[in-house]
Design a protein around this ligand. Structure first.
Ligand code: 8YV
Length: 331
């Protein structure tokens, strides 16, 4: 019999779901949760036909150079800036991601993070736990309101739209900026108004970042951008850390030129800029915006479906449900 295709799973990802791969493939799912180096990834991919990877796994031309059999990489995540897609396309490798299944969960979390930053929830908890609540004063931990304020969404894709829809329930005015303006019907559904980037910064009471990262938008929120914002405004990031110049953000937060920030993603994660760690007016979470049990399971399930289909098996053989580079493949 013909040898079964081999698949590498880069870290433990719900064994019962990953186990579905065994119907078609020989599966190496022994890798532990570590930041695999380039050489380790290259070695794992060398004998593989497919791989199930996460944002922990940067893969480009160097990592696939010795992987002559590799035909598909299924990324567990909607963002795939860990993958050099043009290089993988040139190598004839199908890339897939996990959109849609995480939209609502991530929008929930973005909203929660924004609220926590605006209303100083974690700061208040720390203050209480530190035993500082000896005497409550009327002016203790005053925050900014959500209701009646202007929500500014940068990146109006699926998650941005989910956040906009939630804002209606909080009586917020919603502005957005995006690479391209959305069709009127979607703007109406989201009750969102398109503005240019500068107007978004100037008018924002609460700015939320939900755009995909690419080198073109590296440090899009830099000192100049932050200087345009109101000193009472908050910044929330559930996209990628590289969108924000963290030193400029720390400067603004410590100088009182920005009220607060909610950050789920960091440029050097899992390392966090020590200047941010030292500030009280930042809510810091460890990249968990999509981390509800149901959603994380749905993400792995979709990635497994993608990998099975991309490698030519199952009901969708040859047509993975959510491809990233369909039409760009050079084979
Ligand atoms: C994932 C994310 O947890 O989907 C994304 O882009 O950042 C998160 O939902 C992460 O990508 C896992 O690879």
């Amino acid at each position: 019999a013909e040898a079964r295709p081999r698949v590498w799973v880069s870290q433990p990802l719900f064994a019962d779901i990953v186990g579905r791969l065994r119907e078609h493939f020989d599966v190496d799912d022994t890798a532990q949760v570590t930041q695999h180096g380039s050489a380790a990834i290259a070695a794992a991919l060398a004998g593989s036909d497919g791989a199930l990877v996460t944002l922990n796994d940067p893969i480009g031309a160097a990592e696939v150079a010795g992987a002559g059999r590799l035909r598909a990489i299924a990324n567990v995540g909607v963002g795939y800036n860990n993958l050099d897609v043009p290089a993988l396309s040139r190598a004839g490798i199908v890339v897939t991601n996990t959109p849609d299944v995480l939209t609502e969960t991530t929008a929930d979390f973005g909203f929660a993070l924004m609220m926590a930053a605006a209303r100083r929830i974690t700061e208040g908890e720390r203050w209480l736990r530190e035993g500082q609540w000896r005497q409550w004063s009327f002016e203790t931990l005053l925050g900014g309101d959500l209701h009646g304020s202007t929500l500014a969404i940068l990146g109006m894709g699926r998650i941005g739209q989910g956040i906009a829809r939630r804002a209606a329930g909080f009586d917020m005015r919603v502005l957005y900026h995006n690479r391209s303006r959305l069709p009127e019907g979607i703007e109406r559904d989201c009750r969102a108004q398109y503005v240019d980037f500068d107007s978004l910064l100037v008018q924002a009471d609460h700015l939320v970042l939900v755009l995909p990262y690419s080198p073109q938008v590296h440090h899009l929120v830099n000192a100049a951008a932050l200087a345009k914002m109101k000193p009472t405004a908050t910044l929330t990031n559930v996209a990628r850390g590289g969108l924000v110049d963290e030193d400029a953000l720390a400067d603004a937060l410590s100088a009182g030129r920005l009220a607060a920030a909610g950050l789920d993603v960091f440029e050097g994660e899992p390392a966090v800029n020590p200047r941010l760690l030292a500030l009280r007016n930042v809510v810091l979470t460890p990249h968990i915006a999509s981390a509800s049990l149901a959603t994380r399971r749905a993400m792995v399930s979709l990635a497994v479906d993608n990998l099975i289909a991309a490698l030519g098996f199952g009901p969708d053989a040859g047509r993975p449900p959510t491809p990233v580079n369909a039409g760009q493949l050079k084979r």
